[in-house]
Ligand binder design. Structure first.
Ligand SMILES: [Fe+2]
Length: 178
């Protein structure tokens, strides 16, 4: 496949990831143009929280579909030294970024992501949180290089970061019972 061509299906993305041998994930991420309908087999929502659905995991990366009900959001979190690209497939998200300054969190960016918008994050850029702004559901595809099993999450009531293990809501298109 031409490395400037848009990636318009999930199958194409999986093919490109498989043959990329750890090279240039940004070049892959910026070509993402996958209609959300392609992702529906992996999509599960929960009234309790946004869901993390595993599409594919290797030693090098994990590809997750996050499904958001109206009003759902993440806590402020780090990325445990890894890189993360977020491609918004459906709906509208708000991303807030923070840095730690003299023991406090300082807001450095507050942006709206609308469909086809790509975002990139790593720990050098600080922390962030994501919020579903849509009047209805949203879906976002996250590419983590490499996989992230735990991260620091800001607990407002304690005013500090705590370690959190990250779990999948579904894998192989099936909801996992926790
Ligand atoms: Fe994140």
């Amino acid at each position: 496949m031409d490395s400037s061509e848009n990636i318009t299906s999930l199958n194409k993305l999986l093919e490109v990831l498989e043959s990329c041998e750890g090279q240039d994930y940004y070049n892959i991420a910026k070509r993402l143009a996958i209609p959300y309908q392609e992702l529906l087999p992996y999509a599960f929502w929960s009234e309790d929280t946004y869901t993390r659905n595993c599409v594919l995991r290797t030693d090098d990366y994990e590809l997750l579909l996050l499904c958001w009900e109206e009003g759902q959001e993440t806590a402020i979190h780090c990325h445990n030294g890894e890189e993360c690209w977020v491609y918004l497939a459906k709906g509208k998200l708000r991303e807030k970024r923070y840095i730690e300054k003299e023991g406090d969190l300082e807001l450095t960016a507050d942006v709206k992501m609308t469909e086809d918008r790509l975002s990139y994050m790593n720990d050098d850029l600080g922390y962030h949180s994501l919020h579903n702004l849509n009047e209805g559901r949203s879906m976002s595809l996250h590419l983590y290089v490499g996989p992230i099993d735990e991260c620091s999450v800001y607990k407002e009531e304690k005013d500090k970061f705590v370690f959190k293990e990250l779990e999948y809501y579904s894998e192989d298109k099936k909801i996992l019972s926790n």
